[in-house]
Design a protein around this ligand. Structure first.
Ligand code: NAG
Ligand code: NAG
Ligand code: NAG
Ligand code: NAG
Ligand code: NAG
Ligand code: NAG
Ligand code: NAG
Ligand code: NAG
Ligand code: NAG
Length: 372
């Protein structure tokens, strides 16, 4: 392992390792495969090293806190269900079980997130129009999904598409795309069960919060607005956990573009939490989506939008950005229009794709997680 801090220090980028191999796992929207990719951060190459025959197509996958388990949505199942795998390594994936959640049986599971604090419960929600509910799932001593311990409701108009915890896992925030709202629930740290705290409407009608993430300092929360094609910064009342909008937004499509032609997708913090990434997708595959990064002040407030750069494709249903877990420099970006994963590198004033692997199977690629 070689450290190359000198060039990075100029940019304020943090990097713990260089000249290393890193593995990612990628799910798909339609095919029952989990793909393993390997990224070489010195040679800047990306290779497909594993094709695991999975038990579901997973529109979203999430790692457990210790990366020993992988949870996925069962996107092709007739009832909302979640799949649990044990990871012996990034290529040694073992299917354990599928859990059906009790809420709305005509919806499809869309998103899962694992708590990083005991009891390490997993939270899942279905989507398709208004699906109104979510579920809390317990795990066994090995992190395998065990049982549904709580089915909880949002609103009759709700359809939650993404969720995030604060760093202490005291609160779970839900981005309600169909209901144009942002929900706060408190988390019982013994059982993992949720209690309703608040629901606040999106910034404007049709803003449609899709995904959300919280800065570890706990004072700011960022929401990607699928309909408004903006990134919104909310402040958090640290005593109640409730986010409030202070009219701080940044564009995720160029000015003059029609909102109806895009649907913004993802927001995620970089490895050091000094940067925030966000993406939009184009609804027409003849157009490209966009990727943007922001520099953050130490308390998490957005300092500057660094760039808004066209991606290689529309992104299809994806264009999901996944920052690496070892360096601020690298993020993965997935496309489902033709099926590929790229790794992008952050430079002084912009970012660009430095490695790519095409995975053309008719369903890839949904979201990527960095295993190492
Ligand atoms: C999950 O799979 C692992 C690896 O095969 C196995 O050791 C464990 O017993 C399984 N757990 C359950 C609950 O199936
Ligand atoms: C269940 O989901 C379907 C499909 O989105 C929706 O039409 C229906 O209203 C939902 N039912 C409830 C009780 O939320
Ligand atoms: C539920 O939705 C209704 C109708 O859209 C709205 O008036 C109400 O404020 C919502 N309630 C919550 C808790 O979001
Ligand atoms: C669990 O939550 C209770 C009540 O909010 C709090 O008093 C306690 O400190 C928490 N425990 C841990 C380990 O965070
Ligand atoms: C929000 O900010 C925009 C400019 O960023 C401004 O045009 C608008 O008037 C502001 N709205 C409110 C309610 O302050
Ligand atoms: C996509 O854009 C192309 C080129 O502008 C246009 O011909 C086509 O009709 C558009 N497709 C849809 C579905 O809007
Ligand atoms: C966070 O830091 C910024 C920049 O230093 C400052 O403007 C802002 O007031 C701080 N926010 C809070 C909640 O202290
Ligand atoms: C970033 O790169 C893209 C693609 O090369 C270019 O279109 C864009 O103008 C650049 N943006 C900045 C801020 O340099
Ligand atoms: C992965 O394996 C499945 C099942 O054998 C196969 O259908 C699919 O085409 C493979 N994917 C790639 C990209 O080769």
């Amino acid at each position: 392992m070689r450290l190359s801090l000198s060039s990075l220090a100029v940019l304020g980028l943090l990097n713990v390792a260089s000249a290393d191999l890193h593995q990612l796992i990628v799910g798909t929207f339609k095919t029952e495969s989990l793909y393993t990719l390997e990224f070489d951060d010195a040679a800047l190459t990306l290779e497909l090293i594993g094709n695991f025959s999975a038990n579901a197509a997973s529109s979203w996958i999430a790692l457990s806190h210790d990366k020993k388990n992988l949870y996925g949505t069962s996107f092709t199942a007739a009832t909302p269900s979640f799949v649990s795998y044990t990871l012996a390594s990034a290529t040694d994936i073992i299917y354990n079980t599928t859990l059906e959640i009790g809420c709305n049986s005509s919806a499809v599971s869309i998103f899962a997130i694992a708590s990083s604090e005991p009891p390490y419960a997993v939270y899942g929600c279905p989507f398709v129009g208004a699906s109104n509910c979510g579920a809390v799932m317990s795990v066994d001593e090995n992190g395998v999904l065990s049982e549904v311990i709580q089915d909880y409701s949002y609103n009759t108009s709700s359809g939650v598409h993404g969720m995030a915890f604060d760093s202490a896992n005291d609160f779970l925030y839900s981005a309600d795309d169909s209901g144009n709202a942002l929900w706060t629930h408190s988390v019982d740290n013994t059982t993992g069960e949720l209690t309703f705290v608040s629901s606040v409407a999106g910034p404007v009608t049709g803003a449609d919060p899709r995904h959300v993430t919280v800065h570890p300092e706990g004072q700011y929360l960022y929401v990607v607005l699928e309909g408004a094609n903006e990134l919104a910064q909310y402040s958090i009342d640290t005593t109640t956990g409730i986010p409030f909008f202070e009219n701080v937004t940044y564009p995720l499509i160029p000015s003059g573009s029609a909102n109806a032609d895009y649907w913004s997708d993802e927001v995620a913090l970089s490895f050091s939490n000094n940067y925030l990434w966000a993406t939009s997708r184009a609804r027409n595959t003849t157009n490209t989506g966009y990727i943007s990064a922001f520099s953050l002040s130490s308390n998490g407030s957005i300092a500057t939008q660094l760039f808004l750069t066209p991606t290689s494709s529309s992104g299809g249903q994806a264009n999901a950005v996944a920052p690496s877990t070892f360096s601020d420099e690298f993020v993965a970006l997935t496309d489902s229009a033709t099926g590929f994963v790229e790794v992008w590198k952050l430079g002084a004033e912009n970012a660009s794709a430095v490695a790519r692997v095409d995975i053309v199977d008719g369903g890839c690629c949904a979201n990527a997680v960095w295993y190492s």
